[in-house]
Ligand binder design. Structure first.
Ligand code: FPP
Length: 251
């Protein structure tokens, strides 16, 4: 099943443009990340009323380690502060928080806060919020394949269908198929985010910088998504096709 929208949409967001937002205002880049946290809060608050059941946010890619150390530390500090201050509120609003990505390289204090938030919100059911931290989709796929190689051998390991089935199971169990992938900040790239899970996602790019993005923009993206017809490589749904009489002569 490609579409998870029966249970609500899975929206994934590449939150880009914090640095430029700040620089254009003559502020340090970290001010953009701080303003970006406010957008995270806003988007989480409004997601359920837009039919979103799962929200995956790209907070720190494995490539972001290449940034200057003070900026990296600031981003981790902001995440930690966010979790410390917001976990109760997430819980009250029925939002379950989980982190995806590597856990062995992030600061211990951040990891502790993540684990506390995961534990405190584990039974929340209205919205799944997945924060991608030290995340790389290629790395996630590679590690899944390596783990599989350890456990399977012989003819079964030579069947592409076997690997496709197991990879789908393992990778989509972590994040689920993405229905709509949004990227703010004007770039049109996937940047190693949920590559497997976004195989059939609708892509939505906006010039809006992440700190300027808000509930109205999220609503606009969801509304455009609902107008697009998703075919998953098949033919259009006959029920939504014009009848033969109305298509006569049409191309
Ligand atoms: C991209 O903007 C943004 C990031 C690398 C960090 C995103 C982090 C947050 C919004 C804060 C913490 C998150 C949570 C979930 C509480 P950029 O710096 O690449 O912007 P630029 O392209 O304009 O330089």
């Amino acid at each position: 099943m490609h579409n998870s929208s029966q249970n609500g949409l899975h929206v994934a967001i590449i939150m880009d443009g914090n640095g430029r937002w700040a620089t254009r205002r003559g502020l340090p880049r970290v001010a953009g990340h701080r303003a970006g946290v406010a957008t995270v809060r806003d988007v989480i608050e409004h997601a359920p009323e837009l039919g979103i059941r799962r929200l995956t946010l790209y907070a720190f890619s494995s490539d972001n380690w290449n940034r200057p150390a003070p900026e990296v530390q600031s981003i981790f500090w902001l995440m930690r502060a966010y979790l410390r201050l917001e976990t109760d509120r997430l819980r009250q609003r029925g939002a379950r928080l989980q982190a995806i990505g590597r856990r062995d390289r992030i600061p211990a204090a951040l990891l502790r806060e993540i684990e506390k938030a995961e534990f405190a919100t584990a039974d929340c059911k209205l919205l799944d919020v997945r924060v991608a931290v030290d995340y790389s989709s290629r790395d996630s796929i590679t590690r899944t394949v390596s783990a599989l190689k350890e456990t399977v051998s012989g003819s079964v390991a030579e069947s592409p269908d076997f690997f496709r089935g197991v990879l789908t199971k393992v990778l989509t169990a972590e994040s689920g198929n993405v229905d709509l992938l949004i990227r703010t900040g004007g770039e049109k790239r996937l940047s190693d985010f949920l590559l497997w899970e976004s195989a059939y996602a609708e892509l939505y790019f906006t010039e809006r910088m992440w700190p300027d993005f808000g509930a109205i923009d999220l609503e606009a993206a969801v509304s455009e998504f609902s107008e697009r017809q998703r075919r998953f490589g098949g033919l259009p749904n006959p029920a939504s096709q014009p009848t033969a009489s109305t298509t006569e002569g049409a191309r």
